[in-house]
Write a protein that binds this ligand. Structure first.
Ligand SMILES: [Zn+2]
Ligand SMILES: [Zn+2]
Length: 429
């Protein structure tokens, strides 16, 4: 009881007045924490010596009062935890002997200043905490919605692929592939946009495109009519993907509030780009192909040439897929990029530019914020992702060109689905 009432040490006072320096504490962490004056349990360095709270308070009060004590005994009392209040003179002498110094005692003004300093530091810390980049409630909501929309429209078991008209890979590489391949030398295939990638990647790509060339050089393929054996299957696959892209678009926040005309204009021009983006999920750098389940549904460049596309599209497309993979995007970033691609205000036929631009801007800000908060080392990622949108524009252009020449041939256009014909058709509604 007595001991308890003797401990007058409100936490604030202790904090403000204690002179214990962190460094000193650190240094003596393993030293016994015993009061140098009375032997009680010490709480740290106070006024330059290791003491208990009691002796700390005693020394400060004595100094402030400028008290002068006289020993009632013979001036050489041994101070202990239990008798320390009996002789103030010898207790104070002991304080000075172990190095306690009045210069270390703060004046009331200094105490106040120190309290203010502590408060200021706390406020600064709170401010730093508040300024840390973080997503707003709205931004988190957008991301959740987009991720959910993607999950609902991208089945990574690819189980529906068995319902398409079956893939047919027999037969030679087509004439259109032959024509395109001859335009591309192997050295071209491994240069330009990939010049900062590992050599092995270049080799993979060049052997990939040379495979196509070798195929077309075989004598019997030259006279073979362009049968496009993969066209029915891939037309169904593209048609299916367009449906899924439409489903995704409908769930993009704000998209359904646009006029029907603008929704259609955006979908018609971005569908193929979004398909190229989403297909990156199945693309593998190991063999440069899209793997969608079993061996039947594993698509290499050669397969796509058998649906009427040439290397003028496929070579930059594969390079695009490689570049996308190397960005190591998180799913949140991937779905944001698809939504940003969809909501491009500069598409042909778009009426409400201002509104769509504002929607796209909001998504871009969300993507930037997401990268800042969740993608360590992603300083350049946003710029690289936006660059991919530019790549998609030229891929889109080449695809349209090739699609047009394909659709002009009735024997091929009859293999397409009504949805493909409508979405890739050139008439602007
Ligand atoms: Zn003590
Ligand atoms: Zn004494």
């Amino acid at each position: 009881m007595v001991r308890k009432s003797a401990r007058i040490s409100p936490v604030m006072e202790a904090m403000a007045v204690s002179t214990s320096a962190q460094g000193t504490d650190e240094l003596d962490r393993n030293a016994p924490r015993i009061c140098g004056v009375c032997g009680d349990k010490a709480t740290g360095f106070h006024f330059n010596a290791m003491t208990c709270e009691g002796c700390k308070g005693f020394f400060r009060r004595s100094m402030k009062r400028k008290a002068s004590f006289t020993c009632p005994f013979n001036g050489s009392c041994t101070i202990t935890k239990d008798n320390r209040r009996h002789c103030q003179a010898c207790r104070l002498k002991r304080c000075v002997d172990i190095g306690m110094m009045k210069e270390f005692i703060l004046t009331d003004e200094e105490v106040q200043r120190k309290k203010e300093l502590i408060l200021k530091r706390k406020e600064e810390e709170a401010m730093r905490e508040a300024q840390k980049p973080r997503l707003t409630e709205e931004q988190s909501q957008i991301i959740n919605t987009l991720v959910e929309a993607h999950h609902k429209t991208y089945d990574d078991s690819y189980s529906d692929f068995a319902k398409f008209r079956p893939p047919v890979r027999e037969g030679p590489v087509t004439r259109s592939a032959s024509r395109a391949a001859s335009l591309h030398s192997l050295s071209d295939a491994s240069s330009d946009s990939l010049n900062n990638s590992p050599e092995s990647m270049d080799k993979k790509l060049s052997s990939l495109f040379s495979m196509c060339q070798d195929g077309v050089m075989s004598p019997d393929s030259r006279d073979e009519n362009s049968r496009l054996s993969m066209l029915p299957h891939l037309a169904d696959l593209v048609s299916y993907s367009i449906q899924k892209v439409i489903g995704f678009a409908k769930m993009v926040p704000g998209f359904r509030d646009l006029t029907a005309e603008d929704q259609i204009a955006l979908l018609k021009s971005s569908a193929i780009e979004i398909i190229m983006l989403r297909s990156n999920q199945s693309f593998s750098l190991d063999d440069m192909s899209w793997s969608c389940g079993g061996p039947d549904f594993k698509y290499c460049v050669n397969d796509v040439t058998k649906a009427g596309h040439t290397l003028e599209l496929l070579e930059p497309l594969v390079k695009f897929q490689v570049g996308m993979k190397k960005l190591n995007m998180q799913e949140e970033e991937h779905v944001l990029l698809m939504a940003i691609c969809l909501l491009s205000p500069d598409r042909p036929g778009v009426q409400d530019h201002v509104r769509i631009e504002a929607m796209q801007e909001r998504l871009c800000e969300t993507l930037q914020a997401y990268i800042r908060v969740h993608h360590p080392g992603g300083r350049l990622l946003y710029a690289k992702m936006i660059q991919k949108l530019a790549d998609l524009r030229s891929l889109n252009e080449e695809h349209s060109k090739q699609y047009r020449s394909l659709s002009f041939q009735p024997e091929h256009s009859m293999q397409l689905t009504p949805l493909v014909l409508e979405v890739f058709g050139s008439e602007v509604s």
